[in-house]
Design a protein around this ligand. Sequence first.
Ligand code: 5AD
Ligand code: SF4
Length: 459
Amino acid sequence: MKYKGFAYIYTIGCQMNVYDSEKLLSVLKSIGYEETEVLDKADIVVCNTCTIRHKAQEKAYSFLGRLSKLKKKKPHLISVIAGCVAQQDGEKALKRLPGIDIVLGTQSFSRFAQLVEQVKGGRSNIVDIESKETIFEVMPDSSCNSKNEISRFVTIMQGCENFCTYCVVPYVRGKEKSRKPEAIIQEIELLAEYGIKEVTLLGQNVNSYGIKENDISFAKLLKKVNAVSSITRIRFATSHPKDLSDELIYALRDLEKVCCHLHLPVQSGSDRILKRMNRGYTKASYLKKIAKLKKECPKIAISTDLITGFPSETREDFDETLNLMKEVEFDSVYAFSYSDRSITPAMKFDGKIEEEEKRARLNELFAFQDFYTDKNNKKLIGKIESVLVEGASKKRMKTVNDTVNQSEGEINNFNDTIQMMGRTESNKIVHFAGNNIEPGMILDLKIEQAYPHSLWGTM
Ligand code: 5AD
Ligand code: SF4
């Protein structure tokens, strides 16, 4: 195919946005654009945005604001604000970005190609945030893996109806809708054909997959994905603790391709705060599910999301969170200080915490977690771990053979062996030395060293 122009896509936010950006790129390719990673070369720029926290939203506006300079040099340049900020702000986005051509909401992706053609025909300032019940489906084609990746995201459901009081997702991503299992399997089979070995199934709450549609359960979907030959690993995110079923725990235990790793966001360890967040579980019921998981899958790695400084969180509430972290011993945590979002109920809650205090609690929480991350990493020393190879390490590590005093970092006296990296089932990065190793191979490596953010293994 002869391309007529270059497309630059800038993605902010979660894994689902990464997936959506790939689909938006496929649409652009189908109407004659080629991807570029050089902004100055672009004929169309799409900023796929996130509004989960204030900072992510402002990052999008600042990027698109700067784009106006490029537009002066290149008047034919088409600019698009897509995704969650576009859906949330609609017409308001035009006020902040007067030169923007398309405001493309999360519910309007299926009309993207038409809108680009309209801009080429002379229109500008188009706002399309109309909600549609249909699901945006684009199947991968032979150009989908030009970067020879081994791992891909596959969205299995859209939207969320849990309405946690701090969260914008139900407002900007709409009602929960599950894709048909046949479409998901077809997409994964195609990805496998184009060299993908690992898929991560995505949804805001994968545990409620198929329930509204009266289709198969998420555990049954996992079983179908497990049967796709040439896919060697399956991951998924995110699970909501209130809906974590025994059936899913058994699927994690029994399906050999499903990685022994669960991301189970708890948000807080205080029952009072959990109630105010509208999370639908208590600290005790969360811990009960963790106990069952650990019993059925002793090797399970557990990660979580936490928020510090939710309105009215006291020192005692925060201590409850630290207590929960001590009990669970998470492998890793993603933590955020509470960010006020204008369309959420929590915006109107009393007891707002000072920015400085929210940050101080966040830093304390990270420092507290370091001990458990380190403890879990060190538990692997001497063990054999199955590692899916991703490629050459970006930075070279000190190894057991280098210096006595080891720490993560670059070295100069590394021998000729190529340093590679891959991931354990628990999603921990392992660096190792080896020649003739191809991305996509699964190797059994002996873990020799544990660092704060990675492991060192030998073949
Ligand atoms: N402020 C801070 N963190 C938030 N998250 C969602 N909304 C907010 C907010 N308003 C966090 C939650 C969620 C993760 C994706 O982002 O921890 O699990
Ligand atoms: Fe947001 Fe809660 Fe839905 Fe997660 S479950 S996307 S935190 S509303």
